[in-house]
Write a protein that binds this ligand. Structure first.
Ligand code: ZN
Length: 276
């Protein structure tokens, strides 16, 4: 018997877990939630609106199969429930449930956007043996798309480099981040992004961790790096301001529910441990 944790993500259901399902109902990029809490996993009898609609397996949750259902424009939701933006769950539910909600929304959105082949325009069909849709006319297989991004906190002694995006106008500072381009490694993308955004060279890249960031479909890959050379020169395109901040005098930063916040907090903790 498998011993899964509270949630085991999969696209094919292991036979042992073919029991009563749990459902996550999606409309657009919102999910159905209880009005009084952030609860979004429902029993099938609680959601007659989902009856007869196709389901997408998310995985096994507490020994039960868990599915996402696209209810389209359905208005007849149960009393005591409401449609919620995914972002409103950030920091209110734990990482497991936030990632599960993001998984549900992204899989439904991928399915909805790939009903037709992008090459020949013909209808696609669902593959039963993995999570994909296929165009049999031009032999294309379409998988959910994830866009990897690097995110880095650059450090220099007891200071770290944080930047303010043009949209934040200096009110809020965060780690540097950018999309990985085709043909790049995470490391080369990190060197390029830091050079492009603030004009400095870094070294000693240390992998920290990763976080799905479903707005709409990124995977953030987090690093610490140390300063090597150069003076800060902001690009004025993405970044409006950047500076070195001492660990005990940081500007307003992201919450630790985000990878950026975790990278910054980890730097602060290591400085404190070293008694700087
Ligand atoms: Zn095609």
């Amino acid at each position: 018997m498998f011993q899964f944790g509270e949630f085991y993500p999969c696209s094919i259901l292991p036979e042992a877990f073919d029991g009563k399902p749990l459902l996550v109902a999606i409309t657009g990029r919102k999910l159905l939630s209880s009005e009084k809490s952030e609860h979004f996993l429902f029993e099938p009898e609680q959601l007659p609106v989902c009856e007869g609609l196709s389901r997408h397996l998310l995985g096994v949750y507490n020994q039960r199969p868990c599915y996402a259902v696209d209810v389209g424009e359905a208005a007849n939701i149960p009393h005591g429930t409401e449609w919620r933006e995914l972002r409103s769950l950030l920091g209110l539910v734990d990482e497991l449930h936030f990632n599960l909600a993001g998984r549900a929304i992204q899989i439904i959105q991928w399915d909805r956007e790939h009903l037709y082949c992008g090459c020949c325009g013909r209808p696609t069909t669902v593959n039963e043996d993995d999570r994909s849709r296929a165009c049999h006319h031009c032999d294309q297989v379409l998988y959910p798309r994830i866009s990897p991004c690097v995110i880095v906190v650059v450090t220099k002694g007891d200071h770290c480099l944080l930047a303010s995006n043009v949209a934040w106008e200096g009110r809020f500072y965060s780690a540097l981040a950018g999309f990985i381009e085709p043909g790049e490694t995470a490391e080369s993308a990190l060197h390029r992004e830091v050079m492009e955004e603030v004009g400095i060279e870094v070294e000693n890249l240390r992998y920290f961790g990763s976080q799905p960031w479903p707005f709409p479909g990124q995977l953030m890959i987090g690093f610490h790096a140390t300063y090597k050379a150069g003076d800060i020169q902001v690009d004025n395109n993405e970044i409006m301001a950047a500076d070195w901040w001492r660990y005990d005098g940081l500007p307003p930063c992201p919450e630790t529910s985000t990878l950026s916040g975790q990278l910054i907090q980890s730097f602060v903790d290591s400085c404190r441990e070293e008694g700087r």
